[in-house]
Design a protein around this ligand. Structure first.
Ligand code: SF4
Length: 308
């Protein structure tokens, strides 16, 4: 009997002693030769005890045959309740089942896959639902116009004058429709926050690339601004040589491709030509007598040179 598996409640003595009965029940339920040593017992209640036996089947390491025995009040005969195979504390078990919706990871979705969103997805909230339309009982609503039209037809045989209804053009819903903003649901504050956290982690100021960058994206010419509230903290990088090209980056991110980080050196200009063949260089025939330096050539000497 194992003290570790015995509960504090004192097991019934007769039931605790019925190890052979429990073993026989376990052997009857198990394949021949797979019920091993008695490894413990637990008291399940008044006069109810479960005996555990080692399971020697190779595929069931750590599992135990459990045979529960019991006896009636004031009875001396112990009988068998049930015998089952149960996992012990060291049993090899399959991982707990996780629903597919919780197993999904970013990047799991492939072409043709559909990913439904819950009706109460916390990342989304109702968008422009057209609630700015006049209510149905309003004097200018389309429903009321139809009603008035029908009543007028009953009173007079003349074709009824059309009731002016609120023009759909110009309403918030119509403008939203025209701008392509009329969506059943939009990002909630929670959805915005988790997206911002994700982007900040991938392309934020704490990444090694940003820490080593010469300047932040906010001052980079390759940053494309984005609209909405997230535009206050993020933009899209449009530098094909940047690791963040086409990705949403924090304005505090940065990389070595920053537009103003380093200016491309200008190609060296060739030196001006040394020989100018369009001019005549005066050349003195003899040095000046006193200074030893090259004397200036007089106009007469130049003329002589030209004739000779
Ligand atoms: S090139 Fe670098 S610094 Fe410029 S926007 Fe892209 S990531 Fe930011």
């Amino acid at each position: 009997m194992s003290a570790a598996t015995t509960r504090s409640r004192t097991p019934d003595r007769l039931c605790a002693e019925a190890v052979d009965l429990a073993r026989a029940a376990a052997e009857e339920a198990a394949a021949p030769g797979v019920v091993g040593e008695h490894v413990g017992l637990v008291s399940e209640g008044d006069r109810v005890v479960t005996h555990f036996f080692e399971c020697k089947e190779l595929g069931y390491r750590g599992w135990r045959w459990a045979a529960t025995v019991a006896r009636a009040s004031r009875a001396k005969i112990v009988t068998v309740d049930e015998a089952v195979l149960l996992p012990g504390p060291d049993a090899v078990l399959a991982p707990e089942w996780v629903p597919w919706s919780e197993r999904l990871r970013p990047g799991d979705m492939g072409p043709g896959d559909l990913l439904p969103t819950d009706a109460d997805d916390r990342r989304l909230e109702p968008g422009c639902t057209g609630e700015d339309e006049p209510p149905p009982n309003s004097a200018v609503s389309p429903d009321m116009a139809d009603l008035v039209e029908a009543e007028e037809l009953e009173v007079t045989d003349a074709p009824p004058a059309k009731l002016a209804v609120a023009p759909s053009r110009g309403s918030i819903a119509a403008v939203a429709e025209e701008l392509g903003m009329r969506r059943a649901r939009v990002l909630s504050r929670y959805g915005l926050r988790v997206a911002a956290d994700r982007w900040e982690e991938a392309f934020g100021s704490k990444t090694p690339m940003a820490q080593a960058a010469p300047a932040a994206c906010v001052s980079c010419g390759f940053l494309v601004p984005i609209g909405g509230s997230l535009g206050q903290a993020f933009g899209v990088c449009a530098n094909e040589f940047s690791p963040a090209d086409g990705r949403v980056v924090s304005l505090a991110y940065g990389c070595g491709g920053h537009s103003e980080a380093a200016v491309m050196p200008r190609p060296p200009q060739p030196a001006p030509p040394v020989i100018d063949e369009t001019r005549v260089d005066p050349f003195p025939l003899r040095p000046a007598p006193d200074s030893g330096s090259v004397p200036e050539v007089t106009d007469e000497e130049t003329a002589e040179l030209g004739h000779s």
